[in-house]
Ligand binder design. Structure first.
Ligand code: NAP
Ligand code: GLV
Ligand code: GLV
Length: 322
């Protein structure tokens, strides 16, 4: 019997390539940039499974190009807003993702952005490189304390709770949150309080976004939302750039409507080099590196490979979104 054919849209850690390569004929796109659309549609033709990144739009056109034998799309990420899940369901194509494995790493990165924004770390680093560090400055580089502040978590899921736990356990913060459903464990363990979105905007010193990008969350951080926030509030987004309106965020940061921001995600991604979001002293930006640690990426590779292989065999996926 011939081996199943798979296309992997970027190089993933070797542990995943070994698992897949032991069973399948692998076509690996081994370039620093993702395949262009035409190339992608060509490469997936005749595949039994495709291992995708956030950069691939997986829709009817994708499924048509792949053909009837396609059984599974395995996403190397927890978020899957690039995938038309309903279209996959209607064609009986399984869709997998990598929840859990990247929770701690992404929460850590969110916290790194919070501290960096609060303590103006990037600005201070650039100050040295601009040869401006001449002496210890009694009034220079003044930022904000973290201890005992109120943090507002928008989307109290896996990563939201891990972020809240760092805030509560490490820095004694008061935790408030919004989510579609109440989170009794977080309410008991972190003394977290569920509030309305407006209450969260008004009461939080720091706001951290952890929802998925969906119809309700797209653009929810807009001009009106920033105007309800405290004037020294810090906005952290490690979820998806589409959840904030970036032009409104730039204006809010420029005009000191809010204090600062820390972003691991932007809209678009990557931003052009002259995008104003990259040129604000009070905004720290990272290039979507939330899950980028050795053990996290290895764990993601294992889950994504298991999902791919199980899907090809027609077995339930280890982590399924359908
Ligand atoms: P999750 O456990 O599914 O958490 C998402 C949370 O968002 C859920 O608690 C959900 O509420 C809540 N939510 C959805 N719509 C909402 C709305 N309209 N208002 C308020 N809350 C809403 O997912 P996760 O594993 O924590 O990951 C969260 C997101 O982080 C991913 O979807 C991805 O986009 C992003 N991410 C980014 C990176 C990075 O590298 N920067 C890494 C990993 C993940 P319910 O629980 O009530 O349904
Ligand atoms: C990364 O952004 C993910 O969703 O895993
Ligand atoms: C600063 O270095 C201090 O000792 O306060």
């Amino acid at each position: 019997m011939s081996r199943p054919r798979v296309f992997i849209t970027r190089r993933i850690p070797q542990v995943g390539l070994d698992l897949i390569g032991a069973v399948c004929d692998v076509d690996l796109w081994d370039e620093p940039l993702p395949p262009g659309r035409d190339e992608l549609l060509k490469r997936i033709a005749g595949c039994d499974g495709v291992l995708t990144m956030l950069s691939e739009k997986v829709d009817d056109e994708f499924f048509d190009a792949a053909g009837e034998q396609l059984k599974v799309v395995s996403q190397y990420a927890v978020g899957f807003n690039n995938i038309d899940v309903e279209a996959a369901k209607s064609r009986n194509i399984a869709v997998g993702n990598t929840p859990g494995a990247l929770t701690a790493a992404t929460a850590d990165l969110g916290f790194a952005l919070l501290i960096a924004a609060a303590r103006r770390l990037v600005e201070a680093h650039e100050y040295i490189h601009a040869d401006k560090w001449k002496t210890w400055e009694p009034l220079g580089h003044i930022g904000w304390d973290l201890e005992g502040k109120t943090v507002g978590i928008v989307g109290m899921g896996r990563i939201g709770q891990a972020f809240a736990q760092r805030c509560y356990g490490g820095w004694g913060m008061n935790v408030i949150y919004t989510s579609r459903s109440p989170k009794p464990d977080a309410e008991t363990q972190l003394r977290a309080k569920r509030v309305s979105f407006d209450e969260l905007l008004e009461q939080s010193d720091f706001i951290s976004v952890h929802t998925d990008l969906n119809e309700e969350t797209a653009g929810m951080f807009n001009k009106a939302a920033f105007e309800k926030m405290k004037s020294n509030a810090i906005f952290i987004n490690t979820a998806r750039g589409g959840i904030h309106n970036q032009a409104d965020l730039v204006e809010a940061l420029k005009n000191n409507v809010i204090g600062a921001a820390g972003l691991d995600v932007t809209d678009p991604e990557p931003p052009a080099l002259d995008d104003p979001i990259l040129h604000l002293p009070n905004c720290v930006v990272a290039p979507h590196i939330g899950s980028a640690t050795i053990s996290t990426r290895n764990a993601m590779a294992e889950i994504a490979s298991d999902n791919l292989l199980n899907g090809i065999k027609g077995e339930p996926l280890r982590c399924s979104v359908t």
